[in-house]
Design a protein around this ligand. Sequence first.
Ligand SMILES: [Zn+2]
Length: 396
Amino acid sequence: MQRQESVAYFSVDFGDKDIILRGKSYPKGTFATEMLNTDRDTVTKLLSAGAPIFQIFQDLIGGKFSEESFDESKSAILNLTELLFRQKLFLVLDIPTEIERIDKMFSEDSKKLLVLFHRAKLQLQVEQQLGKQSELTEEGRELLFFGERLMHDYIEMMRFYTYAPHDIANFLNAILNLEREKISTLKKRDESNFAKVYDDFFSDEVIRIGLLAQQVTPMIAGYNTRPAMQTEYVSLVRPGKRQQHILARRIYFCRIMDFLVADFCEGLHVGHSPKQCEICQRYFLMTNGRHQKYCNGYAPGDKKHRSCRTVGSRIARDNRERSKDHPAKVEYRKRCNTVDHHLREGKIDARFACKVKELAKEKMYRAISDNEYFLNLYQAEMQQKAIYKEAEELLK
Ligand SMILES: [Zn+2]
C-alpha cells in the first residue's frame, strides 16, 4: 500500500534549476534560504512545544505506553502544530491532510485499539516468560495485527514531531554559521567555490564540535550531510510540450532536515545561495553570481512601501551623487581653482583665500544634501563675485 503524502511525508520533483512541490515550481534553495529567516524566538517556542513529545517518544521506543501519555501526546502535538504550520515551508505542504491524519490518530477508536493492543502485548510477554504458549483466538490475532500497525504509525508520527523543531534549530545553526563565515566572504559566488567552502566547513573538526555543542540535545542528530531520501523515477510531460516526456527524479522525504539539506545543496550545485539583504537583514536566494545587495521584499519602515531593491538603488544613487561626480563638487573645484589662481597672482591674500574656500565647501555640502538649494541658489552663490563679496562681509 502506498503511503499517503502529507506534511510528515512528501515528495518533491527535482528539475535542472527548480524543484516542483505540490504542483508549484521554486528555484532550488528557496526553502533552505527562507528557513534562515526563522527568528530565535520562534525557534525557542518550537523547541519548548516539542519537548513533551520528545519525552513521550523516548518512552514509546522503550516500550512504554499508557492512556495518559497518549492523551498528553495529543495535546502536545496540537500545541506544536499550531505554531509549526505557520512556518513558510509548512504553508506549502498539505496541511489539511495532515490535520485529518492527526485527528484520526488521536480518535477514541484509535486510543481504544492501542490500549487493548498494549495490554495484549504485555500479557503475551508475561506468558512467554513463564513458558506458556496459549492459542490465540481470531479476535486476538486481529487485535495484534491492527494494533501493531497503528502503534507503528503512532510512533512514526511522534518521531516526525520530535525531530521537526530540532531539525529547524540545527539546520539554522549550521547554515547561518556557514553563510557568515564562508559564503558571505566569497568574491566569486559559483558552484566551485560553494563546493569548496561547504566541504571545508563540514569536514572541520572544531566546527563539528561547535555545532554539536549548540544542539539542544546530542540525542537527535544535527545537520546531516547524508540526508535520507527515497528516490523514484517518474515519467512527466515536459512543461509546455505535450508530446514530450521526461524521466524526472522524484524524492520522498519524511524528515524536515533531509529536505532542507537536499534543497540547500542542490541549490549550491546550480549556483544558488543565501544572501543577507543589506536593508532588511533577511536572507534571500541569490540565483546568479553577481553581487546583489538587496532583496525584493518590502523595506521595513519605508513610508512609501518600496521594496528593499528600490530603496537600495536610491541609496546607491545618493552615494554616487555624494561622490566626486556630483555637479556641486565640480562647481566647488572650479571656484577653488580661481581662488588659487588669484592668490598666486597676488590679487587676494591667504586669509581671504582661506575664507572663500571655507565658504565654498560649506555651500557644496549643503547643495549635495539639499537638492532644492542646489537647484535654486547654489549656482548664484558660488559665482566668484558673489562668494568674494560674502567672504569680505564675514571678514570685516
Ligand atoms: Zn530586504
